[in-house]
Ligand binder design. Structure first.
Ligand code: KIV
Length: 263
C-alpha cells in the first residue's frame, strides 16, 4: 500500500513526476483506484455520470458531502479532493462556511474551486482559514450555461495571457495545486511553467504536471458523449451489458443458480 500524499509531498512532485488523479463517487470504485492513483477527486461531474443530469450545475453541497464520505471510507489512504458545487462559493463568507462543512462532515483533504483571478480573494480567504484549495482554471464546467457550451481555451493571445494571469492569481492566493481543463496543449504547458505548484491537466495535453480523468469516461461506462481528450482504457459499457445479459439469460433458463451457488 503506498503512503498517502500530503499537500507538501504533492507540491514537491512538480518537475519530478506527473501526478495521477482520477474521479470517484463511491467507496467501491475509490477502493479500486487507491492503489494506482495519487489523488481522488470527488468531482461535481457526478451530477452527470452518477445522477444523470445534463450538466454539473444542480449538484448540491449535501450531495458532494455524501459522495466524499463514501470515497473517504473506500480509500482511507488516498488524498481526497471535494469539488465545491456551483453557487456554494459566491462570497468569501459563504465559501468558508461551506468549506468548513465539508471539512467537518468528511475526511476530505481539500476542496476544489473553479475560477481564476475572479476567485483569488475567495481562495486566499479559505487558505488563510485552514482550508486547503485546489484551483481549477481553463474550461470551467460550472460556466457552461453562461458561456453557452464547453469552449476550449487558449486559442488566442488574449486567452493565453488571461490563463497565465489566472494561474498566477490562484497560486499566489495559496492554492497548492490546480486543474487546467480544455486548454490548447502549448498554452497549458506555458501556464504550468508560469507557476511553482503542480498544474494537472484534463484535455490540456501532456506537458503539464499530471492528468485527471473522470473514471466513468476512462472506463468506457459513460455513453452519452465522449470528449476528444478522453481515452477509454476499457469498454466498460459493453462489458457490463454483456455480463448482465448473460445473467438474464441464465436466470431465464434456470442455469443460474447452479449447485455451486446453492446452499
Ligand atoms: O467534476 C469533475 O470531475 C472535474 C474534473 C473534470 C476535473 O472537475
Amino acid at each position: 500500500m503506498s503512503k498517502k500524499l500530503t499537500i507538501s509531498s504533492i507540491k514537491k512532485t512538480k518537475g519530478v513526476k506527473p501526478l495521477v488523479m482520477i474521479t470517484a463517487y463511491d467507496a467501491l470504485f475509490a477502493k479500486l483506484f487507491e492503489e494506482s492513483a495519487d489523488m481522488i477527486l470527488v468531482g461535481d461531474s457526478l451530477n452527470m455520470s452518477f445522477a444523470g443530469k445534463s450538466d454539473t450545475l444542480s449538484a448540491t453541497l449535501q450531495q458532494m458531502i455524501y459522495h466524499t464520505n463514501a470515497v473517504c471510507e473506500g480509500a482511507p489512504n488516498s488524498f481526497v479532493i471535494c469539488d465545491m458545487p456551483f453557487g456554494t462559493y459566491t462570497t468569501e463568507e459563504k465559501a468558508l462556511e461551506n468549506a468548513i462543512k465539508v471539512f467537518q462532515e468528511t475526511a476530505a483533504d481539500c476542496v476544489k474551486i473553479e475560477g481564476g483571478r475572479d476567485k483569488a480573494a475567495i481562495i486566499q480567504y479559505l487558505t488563510d482559514n485552514g482550508i486547503a484549495v485546489c484551483g481549477h482554471i481553463g474550461l470551467l464546467p460550472q460556466s457552461v450555461r453562461s458561456e453557452g457550451g464547453y469552449k476550449v481555451k487558449g486559442k488566442s493571445k488574449e486567452e493565453k495571457e488571461a490563463l497565465i494571469a489566472d494561474a498566477k492569481a490562484v497560486a499566489s492566493a495559496g492554492a497548492f495545486c490546480m486543474v487546467i481543463e480544455g486548454t490548447k496543449a502549448d498554452v497549458a504547458k506555458t501556464v504550468a511553467e508560469a507557476v511553482s505548484i503542480p498544474v494537472i491537466g484534463i484535455g490540456a495535453g501532456n506537458e503539464v504536471d499530471g492528468q485527471v480523468l473522470v473514471f466513468s469516461d476512462m472506463l468506457g461506462l459513460f455513453e452519452a458523449f465522449t470528449p476528444k481528450f478522453v481515452k477509454k482504457y476499457i469498454d466498460g459499457a459493453t462489458l457490463v451489458k454483456n455480463a448482465v445479459a448473460s445473467y438474464a439469460k441464465e436466470v431465464e433458463s434456470r442455469a443460474f443458480p447452479s449447485e455451486e451457488h446453492t446452499y
